[in-house]
Design a protein around this ligand. Structure first.
Ligand code: BGC
Length: 422
């Protein structure tokens, strides 16, 4: 595990979702009206205003008794123009890291969590090969600055999820619907990962480098319907397993009849030290007659564990299924995100209890799990949903000068961490 050999117990955030005071591809996307999917929702404004309040927030973080914190760097701050790097932005991140370390909280740093500087999509979007070098240069700047004191890196948060949103259904910038470009973009991200992996290892031999990947449990809506069954296993193979398989085979390849036929050599040589597991929910798959999208994905409440305020079906057993799937890839796991959007703290606590007990079961069965991070530390800006989705252990009162309040879920987690023996 890490140099101190301790289980990482933490909470997670991403820069854009909490910091505020950002001008990037997403704020531009919102300004153009592309995010307004649900009426008055979402308006980014200053997110949780964490950029101004991070010190106060870290005081709260320490009260939670976590020993680790996952966060990301906002690329558009560090490189506002292609030829301009902002040292003062990097210096602020450096201060954050030092603050965490001084309080014995291990930082886990994500280099890419969905957002880009505005210039990126004009100059070198992910479907162009140049994107690899452009991203690498930004990453190098961060690594040069921080790799002497950070031992844990996540190169990309959910590369496939991002590619699907940006190139599969045009929800994120650059807003395309082109599955071939989607696969090409993913291949570029994985190549960038490989370069950055080597660089981090060169600069810090203790460092562990991973990718945070989203996993979803897909089940056929009707077990008797062979098309539902076939589609749910195809979607599972694509969404959950394709990327981990690429690390072992050096090939990013997938054949989804009528939709995707892709096969590309990527010399990635299994360069990953852990898989970050972002897990939230289960979906049911239902075949439909439609060539461009031959299925519906549905949230039901079959597990009886309830649904979140976003309608997502809680399904704690799914976490154990993921441990099993990933076992064959022979890499340690860190649960880098797990949580629920709810205004009802009883529901948050039941979600946490259920998932923590599955985690404990995984550890008893000796799955190589190195950490658990609740998503999210703070109420934040949720992509496509705005600020009504309340994922935070710490609440933000947007109407009242962004004041913070500790929720019952936070107290539960802190108590759990105090008493736990892992
Ligand atoms: C993303 C987060 C997001 C969370 C809840 C994850 O896929 O990494 O940024 O807020 O899911 O939707």
């Amino acid at each position: 595990m890490d140099t101190k050999n301790k289980f990482l117990w933490g909470v997670a955030t991403s820069a854009f979702q909490v910091e505020g005071h950002i001008d990037n591809d997403m704020t531009e996307w919102e300004r153009l009206g592309n995010f307004k999917q649900s009426g008055d929702n979402p308006l980014y404004e200053d997110a949780a205003n964490h950029w101004l309040h991070w010190k106060k927030d870290f005081e709260i973080l320490h009260m939670l008794k976590v020993n680790a914190y996952r966060f990301s760097i906002e690329w558009s701050r560090v490189q506002p123009e292609p030829a301009v790097f902002d040292e003062s932005a990097l210096a602020t991140y450096e201060k954050m890291v030092d603050h965490l370390l001084a309080n014995e909280v291990t930082p886990i740093l994500t280099l890419h969590h969905f957002t880009h500087p505005k210039w990126f999509h004009d100059l070198s979007p992910w479907h162009t090969e140049k994107s690899i070098e452009i991203f690498y240069k930004y990453a190098l700047r961060v690594i040069n600055k921080l790799s002497d004191r950070i031992d844990w890196f996540i190169t990309f948060n959910e590369p496939l999820t991002w590619c699907l949103a940006a190139y599969g259904d045009a929800k994120f910038p650059p807003g395309m619907m082109d599955l071939n470009k989607m696969m090409i973009s993913l291949s570029h991200m994985l190549q960038a990962h490989r370069l950055i992996y080597d660089e981090i290892k060169k600069q810090n031999t203790r460092a562990k480098v991973g990718i945070a990947k989203n996993f979803i449990i897909f089940e056929p809506l009707h077990k008797w319907n062979l098309l539902d069954v076939a589609l749910s296993s195809l979607i599972h193979a694509f969404y959950n397993l394709m990327v981990p398989k690429t690390f072992k085979s050096n090939r990013l390849k997938f054949h989804f009849p009528f939709l995707i036929k892709f096969n590309k050599y990527i010399p990635i040589d299994n360069k990953i030290d852990f898989w970050g597991v972002n897990y939230y929910y289960r979906m049911h798959v239902h075949f439909k007659f439609n060539v461009t999208r031959p299925f519906n994905l549905l949230f039901l409440n079959k597990s009886k564990e309830g649904v979140s305020d976003l309608g997502w079906e809680n399904y704690s057993r799914g976490l154990f299924m993921i441990f099993k799937w990933l076992y064959k890839f022979r890499k340690p796991l860190i649960i880098t995100e797990n949580g629920t959007a709810t205004v009802d703290e009883k529901k948050r606590i039941s979600y946490l209890k259920a998932h923590l007990s599955i985690l404990e079961k995984g550890l008893v069965k000796k799955y190589p799990i190195w950490g658990y991070f609740y998503w999210s530390f703070l109420d934040n800006y949720e992509w496509l949903e705005g600020k009504t989705a309340r994922f935070g252990l710490v609440g933000i009162d947007y109407e009242n000068e962004y004041s913070r309040h500790i929720k019952e879920g936070a107290n539960f987690y802190a108590e759990y961490l105090k008493g736990n023996k892992i």
